[in-house]
Design a protein around this ligand. Structure first.
Ligand SMILES: NC(=O)C1=CN([C@@H]2O[C@H](COP(=O)(O)OP(=O)(O)OC[C@H]3O[C@@H](n4cnc5c(N)ncnc54)[C@H](O)[C@@H]3O)[C@@H](O)[C@H]2O)[C@H](O)CC1
Ligand SMILES: [K+]
Length: 249
């Protein structure tokens, strides 16, 4: 079997700036307010990349009969996982979604993504945990807006994920890891791989945090180089020219 990690170009992690949470929030702000690249667009790119990585790295050539569980919180992280759930469903996988909250608690863009998932008939559950075998778990419980140790059903979903033999692919940061400090909550995802967005977050490299990250991939959500330049950040000009997913080594 070919080594599927070879399908993504490799980039030295030290060749890139590592973002603080404040810088990531500024990237989000400038994308929307200065460039008009809105959250819906960024989230589509994030979710499509997550789906592509899940398929290529963990599911193999045919998605028929492959079971995917997407864990989704009600923030931007969950929204990206819901996009990935939809894309993998359309590519032929058996996808189900576990929510941290009832669907009525979702608002804004994540609620929009959830309504599409429901319209497609993808099973959505905010109460129980699946008993059947899973091939890959997508972790969209919490991203860079973690506040304190995961609580409630978010914590239940993290614990459930860590008990499964299937690999977990985390979106942006393993849920429970503080993206800025790398602090590890009592309840944190142990990811086989992490698909982080735009630029790697500084917390992914702390000694404690890095044990939860697994293989690290970076996804293009179309941040213009001029936006980074205005923040005093320099990135290699051809970072995503070959592929909009790269492996950081
Ligand atoms: N430019 C980018 O990188 C983009 C990133 N995106 C993704 O959006 C998230 C950040 O989204 P945000 O809405 O700010 O919040 P989160 O999804 O991280 O989490 C909020 C969600 O989680 C709940 N929560 C927080 N702490 C806890 C806790 N201790 N226990 C339980 N629940 C908790 C909170 O209540 C909210 O419901 C980023 O990581 C990316 O994945 C965009 O998609 C595109 C642009
Ligand atoms: K996550």
């Amino acid at each position: 079997m070919p080594n599927t990690t070879d399908r993504f170009p490799q980039v030295a992690v030290n060749a890139l700036p590592h973002l603080t949470t404040e810088q990531m929030i500024e990237v989000d702000r400038a994308m929307i307010e200065d460039y008009g690249i809105v959250l819906l667009q960024m989230m589509e790119n994030a979710g499509r990349g997550l789906a592509r990585l899940a398929a290529t790295r963990f599911l193999g050539n045919s998605l028929r009969g492959k079971n995917v569980v997407a864990l989704a919180g009600r923030g931007g992280n969950g929204g990206g996982a819901l996009v990935a759930a939809r894309r993998l469903h359309c590519w032929g996988a058996n996808v189900s979604v576990l929510l941290t909250k009832p669907s009525g608690a979702f608002e804004g863009v994540p609620a929009h993504q959830l309504s599409i998932v429901q319209q497609l008939g993808i099973p959505v559950d905010d109460k129980s945990l699946p008993g059947r075998e899973v091939d890959v778990i997508l972790d969209g419980v919490i991203g860079y807006s973690l506040r304190g140790n995961p609580r409630g059903r978010a914590a239940d979903l993290i614990r459930w994920s860590n008990q499964q033999p299937a690999p977990t692919l985390a979106l942006d940061t393993p849920s429970g890891i503080d993206a800025a400090s790398g602090g590890v909550s009592d309840t944190s995802i142990l990811a086989a791989a992490t698909f982080t967005l735009a630029l790697p977050k500084s917390g992914l490299f702390s000694a404690a945090g890095s044990r939860h990250v697994g293989e690290l991939y970076l996804g293009d959500i179309s941040v213009p180089p001029s936006l980074y330049a205005a923040m005093g950040l320099t990135i290699p000009p051809s970072l995503f020219a070959e592929s909009d997913i790269v492996r950081l080594v």
